[in-house]
Design a protein around this ligand. Structure first.
Ligand code: GLV
Ligand code: MN
Ligand code: MN
Length: 410
């Protein structure tokens, strides 16, 4: 393995420059998918890639590919990337780290005049978070053939605006067909978003697998009524139903401890007036587990509880599973490249399972794929306080470049 290093200071400066786009008062970033701020971050990424000599193309889902030629351009590229969109109270690293690591690898190869046999690409996947347009990982999902293009373009936000309309509006509805293009390998660098690496003082997480997810949307309908004269016994309170389901979701998570995660993160109450018994409530449920059979048992338990509860409380229920992403084993050869790169660089490392979803999960269906994790402060992510050290940020990209070179020259 060659002893190639990236420029850690430049990578950090680029991250901090990008973090200005959508910067929040608490030091985080709010850059929801396909907003004007997302456009600004894309424009900056494209400019930096063009300055690094890349040719840039955009597909119909707005995925961006910046290509550095190889010595044999008939060979499939080795691709690195992640996403630029964030959560509403997001941080400076989730997603953007993997994107700018891709760019930094290209910049470093340029600095060192290094050619690769395969072309190399840095990529941005549209709407990974699924916060504005559910579900998560929509555009990498279309790329991987999990969703069709119409499904992807018709995903809508809570105001009814679709991804297709918003891609047109910000100028990122590209011409390129989505997917159907071989990659030699795909690598995604990311902060861990959990506490394991920091607790164990490991610099690098060699990501072997990602856990499965099921997302649901539930609408409970009861009856609006006056909060004063309506006796308790005759009420059909949709929020009471939602509250009990929220509690049960948490219980199902605890019942399947230690590996299960179960969250209600979005809840809308109608009419949301303090002296009206809530007539309708809409909310989301996010279930995760690394073992598909357990995830499926959690699903069964949830459905049974919701059905029984709706009839007990006299509520109508619209219960939809809107997304299922099974557990993902990453490609053993690519995972080995990451582990070998971490060992050769002398970084303390361990194998790890990703708790979060990532574009790499869908890419793994169509390309040999692996991920590189670095620690984040107190394991906190999807939070404006998200933080990482300059040393760890640099280390992750040093591992990435080595792993990429292993794949790009063979
Ligand atoms: C993506 O950030 C996820 O929800 O895991
Ligand atoms: Mn992410
Ligand atoms: Mn995220």
């Amino acid at each position: 393995m060659q002893n190639v290093k990236i420029n850690g200071a430049r990578l950090w400066d680029s991250l901090m420059e990008m973090a200005k786009i959508g910067a929040t008062e608490k030091g985080g970033v709010c850059r929801l998918a396909l907003t004007d701020l997302d456009k600004q971050s894309r424009d900056l990424f494209v400019r930096w890639c063009e300055e690094a000599g890349c040719s840039v193309s955009v597909d119909k889902m707005g995925n961006i590919f910046a290509r550095r030629a190889g010595t044999d351009n008939s060979l499939p590229p080795v691709v690195m990337g992640s996403h630029l969109d964030t959560q509403p109270t997001g941080g400076r690293f989730d997603g953007v780290y993997g994107v700018l690591c891709g760019l930094e690898v290209i910049r470093s190869l340029n600095d060192q005049n290094m050619q690769t046999l395969h072309p190399i690409e840095a990529t941005v996947w549209t709407n990974e978070e699924g916060s504005r347009f559910p579900p998560a990982m929509v555009a990498s999902g279309v790329f991987a053939g999990v969703f069709d293009l119409d499904y992807g373009l018709s995903r809508a936000d809570l105001d009814g605006k679709t991804m297709g309309e918003e891609l047109q509006r910000i100028g990122y509805a590209g011409d390129l067909e989505v997917g159907n293009r071989p990659f030699k390998a795909f690598f995604e660098a990311h902060i861990e978003q959990g506490p394991i690496l920091e607790n164990e003082q490991k610099t690098i997480g060699v990501v072997t697998d990602a856990q499965g997810q099921r997302w649901y949307e539930v609408t409970l309908t009861g009856q609006e009524a006056h909060a004063g004269p309506t006796p308790m016994a005759t009420r059909r309170d949709a929020l009471l139903g939602a509250a009990r389901i929220v509690n049960q979701v948490n219980k199902i998570g605890l019942d399947n401890a230690p590996l299960a995660c179960a969250t209600v993160g979005l809840l809308q109450v109608f009419p949301n007036s303090r002296n009206v018994i809530p007539g309708q409530v809409f909310f989301s449920i996010d279930f995760r587990h690394p073992d598909d059979a357990t995830l499926s048992a959690m699903d069964t338990a949830l459905r049974q509880y919701c059905q029984d509860l709706a009839s007990e409380l006299g509520l109508e229920m619209d219960f939809k599973e809107i997304w299922y992403s099974p557990p993902v084993p990453f490609d053993r050869a690519c995972v080995d490249s990451v582990r070998a790169a971490a060992s050769a660089s002398g970084y303390p490392h361990r194998d790890i399972v990703s708790g979060a979803g990532h574009d790499a999960c869908y890419l793994s269906r169509v390309a040999p794929t692996a991920m590189v994790f670095v620690p984040c402060e107190n394991g906190i992510s999807h939070n404006e306080a998200e933080n990482a050290t300059t040393e760890d940020i640099e280390a992750g990209c040093n591992v990435l470049i080595q792993a990429v070179l292993l794949q790009a020259n063979s």
